[in-house]
Design a protein around this ligand. Structure first.
Ligand code: GTP
Length: 325
């Protein structure tokens, strides 16, 4: 007999509709459960039973259901793993709102989106959907996005921050130091006769030298310092909070301790760099600051390389010379 639409679709369905509803719940992949006013699980559909009942006979108290599934390694993941504390916290809160929707992850690594509807009778209808695949996709997307953001800031050859990131971080550091009345210095670092290394040992060996310099620089950095690659064989060390003399000390420590590249067979390929150090003046941009460091670097190259020169009045800074070789 064809079903006739009920005059009040929200009211009690006629028996055939009620039977169809129960059948639909039985076949559904949704996890459906009904808890009575004393929080005993009184009815659930097969999907829920298969997942959480594991032979438990109904009615079963909510607390027992949680304990049972926690022991089986299938229950809700509980921070700190203290099931009793979880129950003490949750039991009074389960019926505070007429409707709640939330996500939980379970001990077997799956995710559920759950809804709790408090019925007028005081019973609680729980309907859950497995959203594990959705969550995994979301996680992969988040990881890919974080990786893309990291790649956009990183020089792929050396793993050091790239030019864009150095300039962005540098501008921020300049502004912060200026506001705080703190010094901020940079060292422009340029490998010496790098063309000769490329020509004499090959481009790959040149690449290995670039990587070696970056790795050795990371080892001398202080918290808040940044060492990045801003050009082919040109690097910038940014030292927020450091005066010119302190930046000079840091770069000199790196220069004097620089280890040669170890080649196959135990041979060593020594390399060096020259550097120019400059301290920011109020209102300096990254460009104006680097221009002064570049003039100091130029003098270091002219003076024979493998040395560090500091910006002085002649470079437009008005600061004293503090060179080292
Ligand atoms: N291996 C390698 N070489 C690079 C890279 N980027 C730039 N170079 C090389 O770096 C060399 C820079 O040469 P120059 O500008 O003449 O400088 P230099 O030989 O270091 O001489 P000085 O700076 O005057 O001491 C060029 O031969 C470039 O091809 C890179 O990513 N890898």
């Amino acid at each position: 007999m064809p079903l006739v639409a009920a005059p009040n679709p929200a009211g009690t369905p006629p028996p055939p509709v009620a039977a169809a509803l129960v059948q639909a719940l039985a076949e559904s992949e949704l996890l459906v459960a009904l808890f009575d006013a004393c929080d005993q699980l009184c009815w659930c559909n097969p999907a829920f039973a298969q997942r959480f009942l594991d032979g438990l006979a109904l009615p079963v108290p909510f607390a027992e259901l949680v304990q049972h599934n926690s022991r089986r390694g299938l229950g809700v993941r509980i921070d700190g793993g203290d099931v009793e504390a979880f129950l003490r916290d949750r039991l009074p809160r389960r019926r505070r709102l007429p409707y709640r929707a939330f996500e939980v992850d379970t001990l077997d690594g799956r995710w559920l989106r759950m809804t709790h509807t408090l019925l007028e009778s005081g019973w609680l209808l729980s309907v859950s959907t497995d959203i594990t695949e959705l969550k995994q996709g979301e996680l992969m997307l988040r990881r890919a996005q974080a990786q893309a953001e990291q790649d956009a800031r990183t020089d792929m050859l050396t793993g050091a921050p790239n030019r864009r990131h150095v300039f962005e971080y540098g501008l921020m550091a300049l502004q912060c130091c200026d506001l705080a009345g703190q010094p901020c210095s940079v060292a422009l670092i340029d490998l010496d006769h790098f063309k000769r290394i490329n020509d004499g040992h090959g481009h790959d060996m040149g690449d290995a030298v670039l990587r070696s310099l970056a790795a050795q620089a990371f080892a001398v950095l202080r918290n808040g310092d940044l060492f990045g690659r801003i050009g082919g064989e040109e690097f910038l060390l940014l030292t927020p909070g450091a005066r010119q003399e302190q930046a000079l000390e840091i770069v000199e420590r790196l220069r004097c301790q620089l280890q040669p590249l170890m080649l196959d067979g135990g041979a060593r390929l020594p390399f060096s760099f020259s550097a120019g150090v400059a301290q920011a003046l109020s209102g300096d941009s990254m460009d104006s600051l680097i221009t002064r460091a570049d003039r100091a670097l130029y003098r270091a190259k002219l003076a024979g390389r493998n040395r560090t020169e500091s910006a002085d009045a002649g470079d437009g800074s008005g600061l004293n010379t503090a060179s080292s070789s």
